[in-house]
Ligand binder design. Structure first.
Ligand SMILES: N[C@@H](CCC(=O)N[C@@H](CS)C(=O)NCC(=O)O)C(=O)O
Length: 220
């Protein structure tokens, strides 16, 4: 039996869960996955049992629980240094942490107006002024990282890193909502979307039985 358990929400909708799950995959962890379906009568009790913050993802390692996607990235980077979860170069690593922290702490309007729903397509919707400002900031972040640090591969820092784990749900949002983006970012979006970890998650997201009607239609 695996010593690690990752508690996640619905794969189709839970963007923070996707981040934590990708981090576990990137670290090469063998782990058990437990899905807590969100917004159901049984959800509060299941969350109370699994997570001190009543949020997912949570990584359980023996008696230790690490809740919060970014904390999971950092914990796994310490546990599995050979996985190279953060870029090896110190300046690149600092930059990767800064853009990951910025994502983790912000982009409320993007979240509110262009939520994650992997199965859905809402092209042209959700384009509030503030959501588009968030989209523009993400585009600037990706453009700068690709230009300054991306020479070694198609991802933000060349090879797939914790920063890509953090931004992967934004990639899925951009595929669902199709906001205006520079063409130069298309290869990055395609690289994340077609990464084998993402293909695995997507397949399971499409197959899962739950739906959350409030998130299955775009805001008016
Ligand atoms: N800062 C946390 C945010 C986690 C979070 O908000 N998770 C949502 C699901 S995406 C959740 O657990 N919501 C509980 C609920 O909907 O009852 C992280 O980085 O992991």
């Amino acid at each position: 039996m695996s010593e690690y358990t990752l508690y996640i929400g619905n794969r189709n909708y839970s963007s923070w869960s996707l981040r934590g799950w990708l981090a576990c995959k990137l670290a090469g962890l063998q782990f058990k996955e437990v899905v807590i379906p969100l917004d159901r009568p049984e959800t509060p009790a299941l969350l109370r049992e699994a997570s001190p913050s009543l949020r997912v993802p949570v990584l359980k390692h023996g008696d230790l629980r690490v809740w919060d996607s970014l904390a999971i990235c950092e914990y796994l980077a310490e546990l599995s240094p050979r996985a190279g979860m953060w870029p090896a170069d110190r300046a690149a690593r600092a930059h990767a942490r800064a853009i990951s922290a910025e994502l983790h702490a912000g982009f409320a309007e993007l979240r509110k107006n262009m939520w994650m729903n992997i199965r859905a397509r809402f092209p042209g919707k959700g384009r509030t002024h503030k959501a588009l400002a968030d989209v523009a900031r993400v585009a600037a972040i990706w453009t700068e990282a690709r230009r300054n640090y991306g020479a070694g591969g198609p991802f933000l820092f060349g090879k797939f890193s914790a920063a890509d784990c953090m931004y992967a749900p934004v990639v899925t949002r951009f595929i669902t909502w199709e906001p205006p983006l520079p063409d130069a970012l298309r290869p990055y979006i395609d690289a994340v979307w077609s990464h084998p970890f993402m293909a695995d998650w997507r397949e399971k997201a499409i197959a899962e039985p739950w739906s959350l009607p409030a998130y299955d239609r775009p805001a008016d």
